[in-house]
Write a protein that binds this ligand. Structure first.
Ligand SMILES: Nc1ncnc2c1ncn2[C@@H]1O[C@H](COP(=O)(O)OP(=O)(O)OP(=O)(O)O)[C@@H](O)[C@H]1O
Length: 238
C-alpha cells in the first residue's frame, strides 16, 4: 500500500529554497536511509512528514489524505519522530513513558513499557530515576521507547545514534533492525554514518541541495564500488 506520497514538494524559508521539488512514494514496511551532505534538507524532509512545518507548495499525502487534514497530535501517534538530541521532560523517566497514554486517554500499559525496556537493555528501576541522572545513551533509548509506545505506523529517526558511544550505537541499531524485521513498521532514518546506512535500510535516498539525487535499493547504492567516493558524496561534490 502507498503509505506516504510527496508530490512536487517545495519548502522555502524567506527566499531560500530548502527543498526543491521532492517526489517520493513510500510503501508500508519500507526502511529508507536518507543520507547527504550537511544542509541538504534531510531533517527538513522529516519535519514536513511530521507536520512540524508545511510545504510552501506541493502535497504530502498519508494514507492518500493530505497530512494537513489530520489532527497533528493524532498524526504524530501514527508518524513518530525521534530527534538527534533526546527530548525528555518533567522529572522522572516514568512520566515520559506514561505521557503518550495520558495524552491520548488510553489505559497505561505497564507491561508494554517493561517489554520495551527489556528489549533495549534497560533495567526497570530506571523508571523512578530523574531524567537528568541518565547517560546520553539511556536518554536516547527512553526517547525511542516513548516514540514506540503507541505503536506508530511510521518511525522517523533523525541521526539518533550520532551522540552515542559505539556500544550504545550498535545496541540501538540491532533493536531497530529487529523491530523492522518483526513488524510492518515503516522507517525513515537520517544518518551521516555510512556503515549504518549500508547495514540498516533497504532503500537509500541520497539528497543534495534540497533534492533527491539518488533513490535506489541500498544494495545497489553501496554495491557500485563507490566506497572510495563516499566522502565526496557526503561533502556534496558528487
Ligand atoms: N529555521 C531555519 N531558518 C533558516 N534556515 C534553516 C532553518 N532550518 C533549516 N534551515 C536551513 O535549511 C537547510 C537544510 O537544513 P536541514 O537541517 O534540513 O539539513 P540536513 O541535511 O538535515 O543537515 P545536517 O546533516 O547538518 O543535519 C540548511 O541550509 C539550514 O541552514
Amino acid at each position: 500500500m502507498k503509505l506516504l506520497e510527496l508530490q512536487s514538494v517545495h519548502y522555502r524559508i524567506n527566499r531560500t529554497e530548502i527543498l526543491r521539488g521532492i517526489d517520493l512514494n513510500i510503501s508500508t514496511g519500507e526502511f529508507l536511509t536518507i543520507i547527504g551532505p550537511s544542509g541538504s534538507g534531510k531533517s527538513t524532509l522529516l519535519r514536513l512528514l511530521n507536520n512540524l512545518n508545511s510545504p510552501t507548495s506541493g502535497n504530502i499525502l498519508y494514507r492518500e489524505k493530505n497530512i494537513n487534514t489530520y489532527v497533528p497530535e493524532a498524526l504524530r501517534v501514527q508518524i513518530s519522530y525521534v530527534f538527534q538530541k533526546p527530548y525528555l521532560f518533567g522529572t522522572k523517566v516514568i512520566d515520559n513513558l506514561k505521557y503518550p497514554f495520558k495524552l491520548h486517554s488510553k489505559e497505561i500499559d505497564l507491561g508494554k513499557i517493561s517489554a520495551l525496556l527489556k528489549e533495549l537493555n534497560l533495567d526497570e528501576d530506571i523508571l523512578q530515576k530523574n531524567i537528568h541522572s541518565l547517560s546520553g545513551g539511556e536518554q536516547q533509548r527512553i526517547a525511542l521507547i516513548r516514540s514506540l509506545i503507541l505503536e506508530p505506523e511510521v518511525l522517523l529517526l533523525d541521526e539518533i545514534t550520532a551522540s552515542l558511544d559505539p556500544v550504545n550505537r550498535s545496541m540501538v541499531e540491532d533493536f531497530i533492525k529487529q523491530l523492522h524485521q518483526r513488524s510492518e513498521l515503516t522507517i525513515l532514518l537520517v544518518t551521516h554514518d555510512m556503515q549504518q546506512a549500508k547495514g540498516l535500510g533497504n532503500r537509500t535516498l541520497y539528497m543534495n541541495q534540497g533534492k533527491i539525487v539518488h533513490d535506489m535499493p541500498t544494495e545497489s547504492f553501496f554495491g557500485r564500488g563507490i566506497d572510495g567516493e563516499l566522502d565526496k558524496f557526503m561533502s556534496g561534490q558528487r
